[in-house]
Ligand binder design. Structure first.
Ligand SMILES: [Zn+2]
Length: 341
């Protein structure tokens, strides 16, 4: 084992990552190599609920995850906690400024949890945490510049710079801490309205919501297993149903993935034009479809990118850390902050 270097000796302590999402709170004890040793889940309290209720649920999830790791003799004292929040985090990483699905508004979340738990706490945005996980332990390892896109209900994304053989890598944060929010780049002037207040945003065309909208528009008009699964009621269709139908080679489901994959590639061409990254990693629930999503994305990237015939294109890879990426990344951020491995 290498010398852990200066800083507190917490090699025996547990590092916890907690992902505070719009529907659930996932906490996990994470080993130095990114392995998740134990987890606990709590439903996220209703969005119009109190901050106290939300933070109590976070407390419970963290406590239960540490308890579960203790039961198998893997935790010990807690050395630090990384909090990944589904919202905008300020550049100083002290506050959640705004979160569409959480009650935090300008809240000094980091300090409050650190005071309550009595350990160092690192706060970041969930897409940043997931990207950091893929860079440290997943599909973007070794990259100089990596773009990590999380395709779920919407599109989250983050950019890692300064990696490669010599570099430790860092997340691009920008003036407000809001760099890399690619989901709201406009791809269609005056296009579909978006929850953000804009129109024609990328996530209206290339997200899980877009996938479901595509399939719903065709149910009842074309022969498809989706018709049976939703009982002829388009509103009952879900993203996982479309993914399962595509696995069964259902034509409408395959067309839905081809359509949003194509839009995904159009947006990836824009970010490639700006950053010329070494690698693009695509995660999130919709990426479970694998090449059914990524092949049309690669084709559209090569079609839409300036000078595509005269340059190397970045590989578009599927993320490897799955739904635990944000907790793995948040824990890795804590280890970096504590200067321990
Ligand atoms: Zn938008």
């Amino acid at each position: 084992m290498t010398d852990p270097g200066p800083g507190p000796d917490v090699s025996a302590g547990a590092v916890v990552g907690v992902d505070v999402g719009g529907t659930k709170i996932l906490a996990g004890v994470v080993a130095p190599d990114g392995t998740v040793l134990a987890t606990a889940v709590r439903p996220t309290p209703a969005r119009d609920g109190s901050v106290q209720l939300l933070e109590a649920a976070v407390d419970e999830a963290v406590e239960e995850a540490v308890g579960a790791a203790d039961d198998v003799g893997r935790a010990g004292a807690v050395a630090g906690v990384g909090v990944a929040a589904a919202g905008f985090v300020d550049a100083g990483r002290e506050r959640v400024m705004f979160a569409p699905h959480l009650p935090w508004r300008g809240e000094a979340v980091r300090r409050r949890f650190a005071d309550r738990w009595g350990v160092p706490v690192v706060l970041d945005n969930d897409a940043n945490a997931a990207a950091w996980a893929e860079f440290r332990h997943g599909a973007a390892q070794g990259a100089g510049t990596a773009v990590v896109v999380t395709v779920g209900t919407g599109i989250g994304s983050a950019i890692v710079l300064g990696g490669g053989p010599e570099g430790a890598g860092r997340l691009l944060r920008g003036l407000n801490g809001m760099a890399g929010e690619l989901g709201h780049q406009q791809v269609v002037p005056n296009g579909e309205p978006c929850e953000c207040g804009g129109r024609g945003c990328w996530e209206q065309y290339a997200s899980g919501n877009a996938l479901v909208a595509f399939a719903r528009a065709r149910v009842g008009r074309e022969a498809t297993v989706l018709d049976d699964w939703c009982g002829g009621v388009p509103e009952r269709l879900t993203g996982p149903m479309v993914t399962a139908a595509a696995e069964a080679d259902d034509l409408v489901a395959l067309q839905a993935f081809a359509a949003i994959g194509d839009w995904l590639g159009v947006g990836l061409a824009n970010v490639t034009a700006a950053l010329d990254p070494d690698v693009i990693v695509v995660g999130g629930g919709v990426s479970a479809a694998g090449d059914r999503l990524l092949e049309p994305a690669r084709a559209a990237l090569s079609r839409s990118l300036v000078g595509a015939a005269h340059r190397r294109l970045p590989p578009v890879r599927r993320a490897v850390l799955g739904p635990e990426a944000a907790i793995v990344g948040a824990a890795a951020m804590v280890r970096s902050a504590l200067d321990v491995r």
